[in-house]
Design a binder for this molecule. Structure first.
Ligand SMILES: [Zn+2]
Ligand SMILES: [Zn+2]
Length: 114
């Protein structure tokens, strides 16, 4: 469906000499319809999840049996001197796993940056 660019009336399809046209019944404006209309290309853009940037730390997924560190790492939030720590492979397998810390006192979780 297309509307006349001049008067806004609904254009009617018309065939003359093997060609397709759209004609306005109101003002007579005629427009040739190109036979080779570009096929709709659906751009399939898949957003790749950047695993390096997305870091998922599930609440309560760290058991309380995690090893503790005392007086080595301090919580950046509350400054407590005891933290749980564990490692997780967050990047390519040939890269060293990232170490995570969790504050014993306030539960704040952060990762160790190299
Ligand atoms: Zn018209
Ligand atoms: Zn803390």
């Amino acid at each position: 469906m297309k509307f006349c660019p001049k008067c806004g009336a609904l254009m009617r399809p018309k065939r003359v000499g093997g060609k397709s046209y759209l004609e306005c019944p109101k003002c007579g404006y005629t427009e040739e319809v190109s036979q080779d209309q570009p096929a709709y290309k659906i751009a399939n853009k898949i957003k790749h999840t950047n695993k390096e940037k997305s870091l998922i730390v599930e609440e309560g997924s760290e058991p309380e049996t995690l090893p503790k560190l005392k007086d080595v790492v301090y919580c950046p939030k509350c400054g407590y001197n005891e933290v749980y720590y564990w490692t997780m492979q967050t990047r390519a397998a040939d890269e060293p796993p990232t170490r995570f810390y969790k504050c014993v006192k306030c539960g704040y979780v952060w990762r160790e940056y190299e």
